[in-house]
Design a binder for this molecule. Structure first.
Ligand code: HEM
Length: 486
C-alpha cells in the first residue's frame, strides 16, 4: 500500500506544481502581487514569458516605447519588473540611493583630464590614419566603390583600434588592414547571441545548468573568446620590462597597483584583465554606434549637415587646427551629438537595478524591495511627455534660449542620459565626447556625406538591440570638399 502511495505521490506533486505554476501563480501575479496596481498589459503582469519574447525579438526599445505611450510613464512589463520613462527616473533609480549598487569597477583610473592630455597623441594618430584612409576611398576611381564605404565598419575600425591602443598600448590593426580583428568579431557574435543567453539564464533552474546549456548550444564561445583575448593582451603588456612606461589604461592601473598610499596592492592582476575586457567592450562599440547614428542622421537631414559643416569650415582655416581641444569650440556640434544620442541612443539596454531592502519611493510611488527597475533608453527619449516633436531630429532644441524655438521650452533635459547617471555611470564619457567631436569635425571639414542607396533610409528602423545594437552596413558616399587655393 505504502509503495503504491509513494509511486503516486511524485506524479501528483508534479501535477500540482504545474497547475500551481499555470493557474495560481498568474492569478497571484494579477490579483495579490504587490505590483498589482501598476498599469500595463495583463499578459505581461501575469506571465514573464511575454516580456521574455519581446526581449528575444531584439525590439524591446520600440515595444516599450509603444507600451509607455499607451499606459503612461510607469509600466509593469513583467510580474516583478517595472519600466520607467518619467524624467525623474534616472535620479531615483540610478542616482545616489541609500544602498547603492557600487561604484564603477575601474574606479576612474586613467580617465582624468591629465590622462586625456597624455592620450592626445594616440588619439590624433588614429584619427589621422582614419581620415587618410577615407580620403583614399573618397578619391578612388575603382569601379568597386567609387567613393562609397560602409561607415559602420570604418567607425568600428578606428574606435576599436584607438581603444585597443589606449588600453594596452597596441592598436588592433583594423584600420591598417581595413578589416575587423577576430576579437571585435567575437564581440558582435556575442551580441547576436545575447537574447538567447538571457532566455537560458532566466528559465534555467540553476547557474550550473545555465553554463552547461550555454556551452552545449555554443552560446558561450564568443564570450570566452573575448575573455581569452583580453587575458592574453594584458599578460603580454604586463610582461614588458617596465610595464609602467606607456601611457595606457594598463599603465594607469598598474601604477595604482603599486602606488597605493597605504603601500598595499590596490588592483589585482585578475581585476586588470576584467577591467580591460570591460573597457574594450563598453568603450568601443558604444562610441562607434553613436558616431554611425550621427552620420546617418546628418546624411538624412541635409539642412543640419549644411549648418554644421558651415560652422566647422568657417571656424578652422586649416585641417591641422582641429584637435581634441579646438573641436570643443564648435557649439552646434555638441547640440548635434546630444540630439543624435536622443534620437538613436547608443546603449540599447535597460540596465536594470533592484529595489533595495526596505523598498523605496520611485518617481513618487512606493516600490517594494526586490522589484527590478528598468529604463529603456529609446522609450524615455522618444516619450512625448519628455520632448516636443520627440521623433524628429532637431539639434536646435539643445542650443541657448535665443536660438531655440519656444516649442522646446518644456523639454526635459534630464531625460537624456546617454551615459547613464549616478555612481555607476559611464567612466569614459569625456573620452567619448573628445573622440566623437574630433572625428566628426575632421570628417565634415573634408567631406560632404550622403547615403549611397535608398536602402540606407531605413537603416535605423532595421536595427535590433540586446546588450548592444546589431547594426547593418550603412553605405555612404564621401564627396571631398573643393577649396580654392589661398
Ligand atoms: C558614446 C559613447 C558611450 C556611451 C553612449 C556610453 C554609455 C555607457 C552607459 C549607458 C553605461 C552604463 C552605466 C550604468 O550601468 O548605469 C556605461 C558604462 C561604462 N562605460 Fe561607457 N559609454 C560610451 C563610451 C565609453 C568609453 C569611451 C569608455 C572607455 C574607454 C567607456 C567605458 C565604460 C565602462 C568601463 C563602463 C562600466 C561598465 C559597468 O559598470 O559594467 N564608455 N557606458
Amino acid at each position: 500500500m505504502d509503495n503504491i502511495s509513494n509511486s503516486l505521490s511524485l506524479p501528483v506533486v508534479m501535477i500540482a506544481l504545474i497547475i500551481c505554476l499555470l493557474i495560481f501563480h498568474p492569478l497571484y501575479n494579477l490579483y495579490l502581487h504587490p505590483l498589482r496596481h501598476y498599469p500595463g498589459p495583463r499578459l505581461h503582469a501575469a506571465f514573464h514569458f511575454s516580456y521574455a519574447l519581446t526581449y528575444l525579438s531584439g525590439r524591446s526599445n520600440a515595444v516599450m516605447h509603444n507600451l509607455h505611450e499607451r499606459y503612461g510613464p510607469i509600466l509593469r512589463v513583467a510580474p516583478n519588473i517595472l519600466s520607467y520613462t518619467d524624467s525623474d527616473a534616472y535620479r531615483d533609480i540610478r542616482g545616489h540611493r541609500k544602498q547603492g549598487t557600487g561604484q564603477n569597477p575601474t574606479d576612474q583610473t586613467g580617465f582624468s583630464a591629465k590622462s586625456m592630455q597624455e592620450q592626445e597623441p594616440v588619439i590624433r594618430q588614429h584619427v589621422d590614419l582614419f581620415i587618410s584612409k577615407l580620403k583614399d576611398i573618397a578619391t578612388s576611381q575603382h569601379e568597386d566603390n567609387l567613393g562609397t564605404l560602409d561607415i559602420v565598419s570604418w567607425f568600428n575600425f578606428v574606435i576599436f583600434d584607438l581603444i585597443g591602443a589606449l588600453s594596452f598600448g597596441e592598436s588592433l590593426g583594423c584600420l591598417e588592414h581595413s578589416r575587423l580583428h577576430p576579437w571585435v568579431q567575437a564581440v558582435f557574435d556575442a551580441t547576436n547571441m545575447y537574447g538567447k543567453r538571457m532566455m537560458v539564464k532566466w528559465y534555467s533552474p540553476s547557474s550550473i545548468l545555465t553554463a552547461w546549456i550555454g556551452w552545449i548550444i555554443g552560446l558561450s564561445a564568443p564570450h570566452s573568446k573575448q575573455q581569452d583575448f583580453a587575458a592574453r593582451k594584458v599578460e603580454k603588456r604586463l610582461a614588458m620590462e617596465d610595464p609602467a612606461s606607456r601611457m595606457d589604461f594598463v599603465d594607469a592601473m598598474y601604477r595604482a597597483e603599486f602606488e597605493g598610499e597605504d603601500g598595499l596592492k590596490k588592483v589585482l592582476r585578475e581585476e586588470i584583465v576584467f577591467n580591460m575586457r570591460l573597457i574594450m567592450l563598453a568603450g568601443s562599440e558604444s562610441t562607434a554606434t553613436a558616431l554611425t547614428g550621427t552620420v546617418f542622421l546628418l546624411a538624412t537631414h541635409g539642412d543640419v549637415q549644411r549648418r554644421l559643416a558651415g560652422d566647422v569650415r568657417g571656424l578652422f582655416e586649416r585641417e591641422g587646427e582641429i584637435d581634441i581641444w579646438s573641436a570643443q569650440r564648435v557649439k552646434y556640434l555638441g547640440a548635434v551629438l546630444s540630439e543624435a544620442m536622443r534620437v538613436l541612443p547608443p546603449a540599447s539596454l535597460s540596465m536594470p537595478r533592484f529595489c533595495q531592502e526596505g523598498g523605496d519611493v520611485i518617481c513618487g510611488r512606493w516600490v517594494p524591495a526586490g522589484v527590478t527597475l528598468e529604463i529603456w533608453p529609446m522609450a524615455v527619449t522618444h516619450s512625448s511627455r519628455n520632448f516636443a516633436k520627440p521623433d524628429e531630429f532637431i539639434p536646435e532644441r539643445w542650443m541657448d534660449d535665443g536660438e531655440r524655438d519656444p516649442i522646446f521650452e518644456n523639454d526635459k533635459a534630464e531625460a537624456l542620459k546617454p551615459f547613464s547617471y549616478g555612481p555607476r555611470d559611464c567612466i569614459g564619457k569625456s573620452l567619448a565626447n573628445v573622440e566623437m567631436r574630433l572625428i566628426l569635425a575632421r570628417m565634415l571639414w573634408n567631406f560632404d556625406i550622403s547615403l549611397a542607396d535608398e536602402k540606407g533610409k531605413t537603416w535605423a528602423k532595421d536595427m535590433l538591440g540586446w546588450n548592444l545594437w546589431l547594426k547593418y552596413p550603412l553605405n555612404v558616399v564621401l564627396t571631398p570638399v573643393r577649396r580654392g587655393k589661398k
